[in-house]
Design a protein around this ligand. Structure first.
Ligand code: FAD
Ligand code: NAD
Length: 470
């Protein structure tokens, strides 16, 4: 058995682990990084990257079939599903060098391509190496949750770990779960010509503001996605390919089944008890992302909560400050945005309207601005869209958005909320015309409409100045 000593040992080379490794080694710490699966983790190999690459292919298919409004004849897209998957893997391949063993070794990180598990409070074993470290970082991510639904183990089903390797075109895709994975993949497949049914136990996209999601759902349904809400799957059978059935007797049959019902933290093989690290469904961390063993941090999906790539990278910045410089550092979550890449996209930062009213009561003002009033949206014929901004004491506390590229357009509000800026910071920004981002400024401008345009005092002052000031 080899024994090595290092300042920082990181378990998992996904978004969180790689961010810690790159930051810590370049600031002078000795770093050992363990990865038993693929470098880049879920995001690169089975998550964000392949899903967005598929969505991009679906966008081109949809555009071919919907160009007549611009004076260009619609054509029926000739989709080669296997070639779409080639494109997906090309994109993964293009990004992979950035996350590779070679790049990280080049930065000075000691990379061990093995899974690690704790053997004591200060040691981890990976293959035939025992690593003793000053600090450990658990960044082992999450896996698709496969619920104990009767009959599910009797059929072939897909998850995000296998979907992007499927090369035969489904004749009908049934998706269990109408969260972001389910809805992004449903619309992408529908646009690529695959009939799709989503079955959802609750409401689809239920973590977002319903006024916002209703606008996206209109277009998703128009693309041909069938949605069955209140359809909690209780049995699955191989009948007719694959059939899912709900408690109330409804059933849906397809050729392929995608299970997208949430995530399970990767804690099982870590021997956390030997490290004195407490966990239940996820690893428990304090505000500084330390576990119950103060030498061990946990970041990203394995801690539950918001499960996004940018959240895992943010967690990395929080712990680097405390591990490398011994400074106090606390993770916040109010300023973490998210976007769901349906078309139109849905984006959120801070509080939704319901959350803001619950937290701040009647003191919350909700500003609204429709994309239809934006000239660029008119030129693009993408007028379906809405931004809502929740303001408390002159500061935005949340923004919810639906519309073309909402994931990009939400960012001025992510900046404002992260830095506690006033709504006037948004209105004093000058946006180039004609851009979609003008909607963010125009929404903020609504704050001043009653204060400036519907205000008798302002009118009196202006009248006085016009009459008496030369
Ligand atoms: C289909 C899909 C689409 C998504 N789209 C988006 C998106 O558009 N935007 C977004 O922000 N987020 C998206 N996400 C979420 C995002 O992928 C995750 O939040 C992110 O990957 C979490 O990063 P992480 O570092 O915590 O974990 P991961 O990226 O999962 O990395 C964990 C790594 O740890 C390794 N590992 C596990 N156990 C051990 C061990 N014992 N020793 C060593 N290594 C170990 C694993 O092999 C893995 O490589 C998506 C997820 C899915 C499934
Ligand atoms: N654009 C993005 O940033 C993006 C995209 C995809 C995934 N993700 C991340 O991955 C996570 C997981 O996504 P997800 O869509 O798998 O999970 P999710 O938890 O967001 O949604 C799962 C859905 O499945 C439903 N469900 C559960 N059991 C069911 C049953 N038996 N029958 C019918 N419906 C059932 C739930 O009610 C829920 O709405 C997300 O929360 C997010 O953090 C992010």
């Amino acid at each position: 058995m080899n024994r090595i000593k290092t300042d920082i040992c990181i378990l998992g080379a996904g978004s969180g682990g790689l961010s810690v490794a790159a930051g810590a080694v370049q600031m002078g710490a000795s770093v050992t990084l363990l990865e038993g699966g693929k470098m880049g983790g879920d995001c690169l190999n089975y998550g964000c990257v392949p899903s967005k690459a598929m969505i991009s292919a679906a966008h081109y298919a949809h555009a071919q079939a919907h160009s007549a409004a611009f004076g260009i004849a619609n054509v029926t897209p000739q989709v080669d599903y296997a070639a779409v998957k080639d494109h997906v893997h090309e994109v993964i391949g293009a990004i992979a060098p950035h996350d590779s063993v070679e790049r990280f070794e080049g930065l000075g990180v000691n990379v061990i391509t093995e899974y690690g598990r704790f053997i004591s409070e200060t040691e981890v074993q990976a293959g035939d190496t025992v690593i003793e470290a000053r600090r450990f970082v658990i960044a082992t991510g999450s896996s698709p949750l496969v619920p104990p639904i009767e009959g599910l183990d009797q059929v072939d089903y897909l998850t995000n770990e296998t979907l992007f390797d499927l090369r035969e075109t489904p004749s009908r895709l049934v998706i269990i779960g109408g969260g972001p994975i389910g809805m992004e993949m449903a619309q992408a497949h529908a646009r690529l010509g695959v009939p799709v049914t989503v079955v959802e136990g609750d409401k689809v996209l239920n973590k977002d503001d319903p006024e916002i999601t209703a606008i996206a759902l209109e277009r998703i349904r128009a693309d041909g996605v069938e949605i069955e809400e209140g359809f909690k799957v209780v049995t699955v059978s191989p009948e007719g390919g694959v059939t899912v059935s709900a408690e109330d007797g409804r059933s849906v049959t397809g050729s392929h089944l995608l299970v997208a019902v949430g995530r399970k933290a990767n804690v099982d093989s870590l021997d956390l008890d030997k490290a004195g690290v407490k966990y239940d469904r996820a690893i428990k961390v304090d505000e500084g992302l330390k576990t119950s063993n103060k030498r061990v941090y946990a970041i990203g999906d394995v801690t539950g909560g918001l499960q996004f790539t940018h959240k895992a990278s943010y967690d990395a910045t929080v712990i680097i400050k405390s591990m490398l410089f011994g400074l106090p550092s606390k993770a916040k979550s109010d300023h973490i945005p998210w976007a769901t890449y349906t078309d139109p996209e849905i984006a959120q930062v801070g509080l939704t309207e319901a959350q803001a009213k619950k937290r701040h009561g009647a003191g919350v003002e909700v500003l609204r601005f429709k994309f239809a009033e934006n000239d660029r949206a008119q030129a693009e014929k993408r007028t379906e869209g809405l931004i809502k901004v929740m303001v408390h004491k002159g500061k935005p506390v949340g923004a919810s958005m639906v519309g073309m590229r909402a994931g990009e357009l939400i960012q001025p509000y992510a900046l404002a909320i992260a830095n506690g800026l006033k709504i006037s910071a948004l209105t004093s920004m000058v946006s180039p015309y004609p851009t979609m981002t003008e909607v963010t400024k125009r929404a903020a401008g609504q704050y001043y409409v009653p204060r400036l345009f519907e205000n008798d005092t302002v009118k009196r002052v202006v009248g006085f100045v016009q009459k008496y000031v030369p």
